[in-house]
Design a protein around this ligand. Structure first.
Ligand code: ADP
Ligand code: MG
Length: 233
């Protein structure tokens, strides 16, 4: 099976007064295309740090990040940026949409900044809005959308670059139960349809059965289990 994201021996230290704080401690993780992994653990255990390293936004103190067969540590900054753009989709809790733009424009802005022709991109953007259930809302602006709809725009935007790896940090923290469940179901469907390797940080343990496996973080260390093993009986 194709391993989309591999982390080997990752440690991440932050300066902390006279000493250092180990946000990540010897983390190994492998996830393949089409796999949907939940990442759980108490606040401060290193979940967001792990996503930042996997997203190539933060360089680990030690260890190896391999995305789609490429060793990220060997790359220059400009090459890392290009790899991130081409292979990584990032979805944070807050959609961070631009207030003046329609849903379809939110998806097109990066294509525009990349200097790509907008004609083909517009077709793709409309298709993706359809995939996330927003076909009728493509020309609405953020204030005309519900919180759940804004998060769907966020997801569609992350898919615009056809990412290999999809990194999602607490996508449902600002949503009620019903909307949360539909967002996790959507991420499941997107993972299957686009064969992304998806890592989702979540506090909603009841949605774990929608994912393939669960990794638990504690004090910067990770342990991984099948979903059934992580479920209380
Ligand atoms: P989680 O997402 O599980 O809540 P984080 O990855 O945000 O955990 O944080 C892990 C640890 O690293 C925490 O102790 C946090 O305070 C620390 N930390 C995170 N980001 C920074 C930073 N930029 N500078 C210093 N310490 C940080
Ligand atoms: Mg966090």
């Amino acid at each position: 099976m194709n391993t989309a994201l591999t982390l080997v021996g990752i440690s991440l230290e932050y300066p902390d007064g006279d000493s250092t704080l180990k946000a990540l401690d010897s983390v190994d993780l492998s996830i393949h295309s089409g796999e949907f992994l939940s990442l759980v653990g108490p606040s401060g255990s290193g979940k967001s740090s792990l996503l930042a390293v996997a997203a190539t936004l933060v360089r680990p103190t030690t260890g190896l990040v391999v995305i789609d067969g490429q060793d990220v540590s060997a790359l220059k900054e400009s090459e890392r940026t290009a790899l991130r753009r081409d292979k990584v989709g990032i979805i944070f809790q807050q959609p961070n949409l631009l207030p003046a733009l329609t849903a379809v424009e939110q998806l097109l802005i990066r294509e525009h900044l990349r200097g790509n022709p907008l004609k083909a991109a517009r077709g793709k953007a409309e298709e993706l809005l359809d995939v996330v259930g927003l076909a009728g809302a493509a020309y609405k602006r953020p204030h005309q959308l519900s919180g759940g709809q804004r998060q769907r725009v966020n997801i569609a935007r992350a898919l615009m670059g056809s990412p290999t790896v999809l990194l999602v940090d607490e996508p449902t923290a600002a949503l009620d139960h019903e909307r949360s469940e539909s967002i996790v179901r959507l991420l499941r469907r997107v993972t299957d349809e686009f064969q992304t390797a998806t890592v989702m940080v979540t506090h909603d343990t009841e949605f774990l059965p929608l994912t393939d496996a669960v990794a638990t973080m504690r004090d910067g260390r990770i342990s991984r289990a099948a979903v059934a093993a992580a479920q209380p009986n």
